[in-house]
Design a protein around this ligand. Structure first.
Ligand SMILES: [Zn+2]
Length: 484
């Protein structure tokens, strides 16, 4: 279709270049133009962190801050937007596959969210369940269902919101990295297509549908947004929300405002501007990043947060097994237990490699509860699967612990056969270790398989399956043979 240009395009450059961060609205004095103010409150990469932490006040604090500092009243003139990755992270969200987070975001009255890679972490069928619970839509203009060639039903390329009588088009984009930053099998039916093509197709459609102002919300890093800034501008988009890289920013890049609110609900970006009806332009843009550490707690949101924290506590008290004696976090038995547990979930893997630093507490004699295992393996790390040669394995393991192999008296697999330098092995490690430039994993395998399985989950599942008790305690199943 032919591309329609927004009439505001010719004016906006001049206005943007005159605009300063946190600038005042001095242009407005004495004007007779008809003006409507729009305020965007933006978060991204929330990852289920709605609870209060030692760092920030969570969702209740954020909402309180919006109400007290920004005058947020849930009315039309506010657009509350997310750049995606709403869940997977905090246990209170992960255990409930995002359901708790949706309830919190509904109470905060989000208007739309871009689709992040982690939205797929619990399968598309769970995503559809979440969508039914959501009071706001999921946006992405660059996900195509392979079979139909269409945007899948769970996504909308854009929406048009009526803000005080102005039609505001909000377009979404998802990261093209999604097929390997969530469980790949969950998104194998979809293609994540070019950002440029998606904008060139859907921005004109939004304009044809009546949008006077266009805003992009995305699960794209700031560097990616900079790459498409010119395309966005040529389509009349002057405001772009980032995600995925957890960046805190509010900047003018070549006359496009790029915003990112970091992560974990630790802050937000406030961006406001006037739409000038008379001249059909945006003017007087103000934007700032705000940290969520003020003591403004919204009671309604806090009630919902407290409910889900209680539910989570109830789940974490689940008894998984029984230990007759303490198992020290510094013991060979503990190292072997953690390394071997991954084979329970990935029986076809040859070797597991992790670090002792990821193991953080002892298992105490008595009931072994889920909260102990959460304390033992507390980080939000997931398992990645690599294909490495024997020689590469040998070059990677210095200072680390492992399962499926030993270096005691030579390099052997657990069945006693020697590790062949040229043979290729299926190796599991964490995304954390994979990302360390001081280790060689990424250098040897550029295309890891991100399983999305939390590094703790196999141990939880294995413990349950062992069904240990005081008459048959976990200690009976420990391997005390040092492998290094
Ligand atoms: Zn992401």
């Amino acid at each position: 279709m032919t591309k329609k240009r927004l009439p505001l395009l010719i004016f906006v450059l001049m206005i943007l270049s005159a605009c300063e961060k946190n600038g005042t609205n001095s242009n407005l004095e004495g004007t007779t133009d008809s003006l409507i103010q729009i305020t965007i409150l933006y978060t991204n990469d929330e990852h289920g962190w709605f609870q209060e932490t030692s760092n920030t006040n969570g969702a209740a604090g954020l909402t309180g801050l919006w109400k007290n500092k920004e005058g947020y009243d849930g009315s039309d003139k506010f657009l509350v937007l997310s750049g995606g990755d709403m869940w997977t992270g905090a246990a209170a969200s992960t255990w409930f596959q995002g359901e708790s987070m949706v309830e919190v975001m509904n109470a905060m009255e989000y208007d739309a969210a871009a689709i992040g890679n982690h939205e797929f972490d619990f399968t598309v069928s769970v995503l559809n369940q979440r969508l039914e619970e959501m009071d706001f839509p999921l946006l992405s203009a660059n996900i195509i269902e392979k079979e139909s060639g269409e945007i899948p039903e769970f996504a909308q390329p854009y929406i048009i919101e009526n803000v005080d009588g102005i039609q505001v088009g909000i377009i979404g984009l998802s990261s093209t990295s999604t097929p390997y930053t969530t469980f790949p099998a969950y998104v194998e039916d979809y293609e994540f297509t070019s950002y440029t093509e998606a904008l060139n197709e859907y921005a004109p459609k939004a304009v044809a549908d009546g949008a006077k102002v266009l805003i992009l919300i995305s699960h794209l890093c700031v560097s990616e947004l900079k790459d498409i800034a010119d395309v966005a501008k040529s389509n009349g988009i002057y405001i772009m929300g980032a995600g995925h890289c957890h960046e805190v920013t509010a900047q003018n890049y070549n006359d496009v405002i790029i915003i990112g609110a970091g992560d974990y609900m630790e802050g937000y970006v406030k961006l406001d501007f006037y739409y000038n009806f008379t001249k059909d332009v945006l003017q007087d843009l103000n934007y700032e990043t705000v940290y969520n550490d003020d003591n403004n707690i919204d009671d309604d949101v806090k009630t919902i947060v407290d409910y889900w924290i209680e539910q989570t506590d109830a789940v974490l008290s689940e008894v998984l097994g029984y230990a007759s004696e303490d198992i020290s976090r510094f013991s060979v038995e503990m190292y072997n237990l953690v390394c071997d547990s991954w084979f329970y979930t990935f029986p076809d893997a040859d070797i597991t490699i992790t670090n002792t630093g990821g193991i953080r507490q002892d298992i105490f004699a008595g009931d072994v509860k889920l909260e102990t295992i959460v304390g033992l393996l507390p980080f939000e790390n997931t398992i990645v699967e690599l294909e490495l040669t024997g020689l590469e394995v040998k070059n990677c393991i210095d200072g680390l612990i492992y399962g499926g192999m030993t270096t005691a008296g030579g390099y052997f697999l657990s069945d006693g056969s020697p590790i062949d330098d040229r043979a290729v092995y299926t190796v599991l490690t964490t995304d954390y270790l994979y990302s360390q430039s001081s280790l060689s994993f990424a250098q040897y395998d550029h295309t890891p398989y991100y399983t999305s399985v939390h590094y703790r989950q196999p141990l939880v599942d294995w413990l349950k399956s062992l069904n240990t008790s005081s008459s048959d305690p976990l200690n009976n199943y420990l391997d005390s043979q040092s492998r290094w």
